[in-house]
Design a protein around this ligand. Sequence first.
Ligand code: GEM
Ligand code: ZN
Length: 390
Amino acid sequence: MPQLSISTSFDAGAIEVVSLDDPNDIQLNIRPDNAAAFAQWFHFRLQGAAGLPLTLRFLNAGQCAFPKGWIGYRVLASHDRQHWVRVDTSFDGQVLTARLAPDTHSVYFAYFEPYSYERHLDLIGSAGQSDPVQVQHLGATLDGRDMTLLRITDAASAVAAADKRKVWLIARQHSGETMAEWFVEGFLERLLDGDDPVARVLLARCIFYVVPNMNPDGAVRGNLRTNAAGANLNREWQAPSLDRSPEVWLVRQAMQQTGVDLCLDAHGDESLPYNFVAGTEGNPGYTPRVAALEATFKAAWLAASPDFQTAQGYGRAAPGSANLTLATNWVGQTFDCLAFTIEMPFKDNADLPDELTGWSGERSKKLGASVLQPVLAVVDSLRPAASPAG
Ligand code: GEM
Ligand code: ZN
């Protein structure tokens, strides 16, 4: 009988092994976040199975945080940790089953294409080499990791800093939504491309504030949704605390220092196989001005990327019903500004599926690059024109 082994001792490693005795019936459980009940993220390495027909059964899939997320979902696998492909997967309402015959004795599995902390540090390192970028330290997380903010603008622009629009992009409050940090990577690559005319115009008219990873502790711990203390950061924005949600506390403090004219909060959605946005229509302070900006932004994104759509999403919130503990709602309400939650799928874009990869890191990067177009479409109307003096 072949000697199989499973390991998770690496960045975002997470699985519980029930039985490895039979390659055709590998039994696993998806484990919860370290200090919260949310369970959906998995990432592990299987060794010793080259050429064997494998069946992996995730026994507790039906009890995970988002069981509907398994309907139409396909597990990701990689031999080299760089290239990830979808494998044959089924879900019977309780058990998620994946079947494959790996080519090599080492194969990784993950809920979505991982984005490692080392890659996060490399992203900051490479961005910091560009003239428009200032790398700023906001403070430490509970596990002692850096909360890093990138301040990005063309300092030589004729537009005075005080007149530049403050555009915030935060990502990965929910650490298992790794597509969010892939999105930021693509956004930054285009924004820092000196040959890109849209990027050049935006850097002249805006100051961008980018937080590539809002939840580095949860990311390394292999949490789906929460930080080291078990806090769902996207429910902490009304009253963050340094001892439970320092990540939000530090970013909120920075926003209050800089001001916000547009805020984008990048996430992933377990169930809906689409890219979409959720706005602030449920906020008590929602106005026709913000509604018009939302329409312009969405129309421009539709024109810029066939991977974006507005037909599917969370639906409109009733007036005044918004939960102001969510980043997008709190920022929109506090700064009377345009603010969106951006959602990408763990599954695929059902309107434009890719049989081999489904939704992927690379496609998230392309979507992140495309969002510069809707930002350009609204940048000159984010605030009402100043009335003439006198
Ligand atoms: C979501 S944001 C929830 C927004 N819901 C509606 N109806 N606008 C969350 O935090 O639960 C973001 C995410 O995790 O993807
Ligand atoms: Zn999220």
